[in-house]
Design a protein around this ligand. Structure first.
Ligand SMILES: [Zn+2]
Length: 281
């Protein structure tokens, strides 16, 4: 996910809103939506007020000149309270193919903001209740001054090639027989390149070279920035690390296993690389 065309991000609520405001209201990880199951719609702030639904609110910006806010509803918000306003709670993943790409991207952004709101109510250093810091998307502690910004966790993804083959792995946590590129979170003190070398070594026991940037994607589960690369095999024996990886193999372009869905950057990375290898052959 990314910033959609037509979206003007801002954290400063304008003095005068130009019209109805779209409300991205989350209870825990679920978004309040109206409409039919196959054609969900976003409520406006007025819809939520009528239903008596309220919580800490953060301004997100304007999507095609329509103001958007993120609202963190209390965890105990009853389904019945939402139903009275024609709303229901739906997981973000379940909305992947029914919300427009732009609205889905704002919903993912809103989730990360509400998740930060829910998990930074108290200062991590002294336990005092925090407050919003004026002029920034930040929480500050009125007692000790600690400032907490929304968390974004960088992670790398790498598709390793060897001649015409690509290295795909199946993690224990993957559904079914799905294979994907290798991935892992950046650790303190590492560059992304350091992380690629370490993760590839840890997960499958090989060395890589020729690291090249591909693209990045915000991934709201819960707050990753996935940065994707290709790399070339440089040596070593393929030995999958059993704690994380169930299987890892070299695959030829015409004999690929089950792959992740098209919404993921993993699939774009694999498709683009396989197309390049095919063209070179
Ligand atoms: Zn504090």
């Amino acid at each position: 996910m990314h910033t959609p065309a037509g979206f003007r991000p801002s954290h400063l609520l304008p003095a005068v809103l130009p019209g109805p405001t779209l409300a991205f209201a989350y209870r825990d990880a679920k978004l309040a939506v109206g409409g039919q199951e196959k054609a969900p719609t976003l409520p406006t702030c007025d819809d939520l007020v009528r239903a008596g639904l309220a919580g800490p609110t953060h301004y997100l910006g304007e999507l095609d000149a329509v103001p958007c806010v993120a609202i963190a509803l209390p965890d105990g918000t009853a389904d019945a309270a939402a139903a009275a306003a024609g709303l229901r709670f739906a997981g973000l993943r379940s909305l992947f193919f029914t919300l427009s790409e732009a609205v889905l991207a704002i919903a993912a952004r809103a989730f990360q903001v509400t998740e930060w709101e829910r998990t930074h109510r108290f200062c991590g250093r002294c336990g005092t209740p925090t407050r919003d810091k004026p002029g920034e998307r930040a929480k500050e502690c009125p007692a000790c001054g600690l400032v907490a910004y929304p968390r974004v966790s960088p992670a790398m993804m790498v598709l390793v090639t060897r001649g015409r083959e690509v290295l795909l792995a199946r993690a224990h946590r993957f559904p079914g027989a799905m294979y994907s590129a290798l991935a892992g979170f950046v650790e303190p003190g590492e560059t992304i390149e350091d992380c690629i070398h370490r993760e590839v070594r840890e997960e499958v026991g090989i060395e890589v070279t020729g690291i090249r940037y591909f693209a990045s994607q915000s991934w709201a589960f819960p707050h990753s920035l996935m940065i994707a690369y290709t790399a070339e095999y440089a040596g070593g024996e393929l030995v999958p690390d059993d704690t994380e990886i169930a299987d890892a193999q070299w695959f030829a372009p015409d004999a690929l296993p089950m792959l992740p869905t098209h919404v993921s950057i993993a699939r774009r990375l694999i498709d683009a690389t396989v197309a390049r290898l095919r063209a070179a052959a």
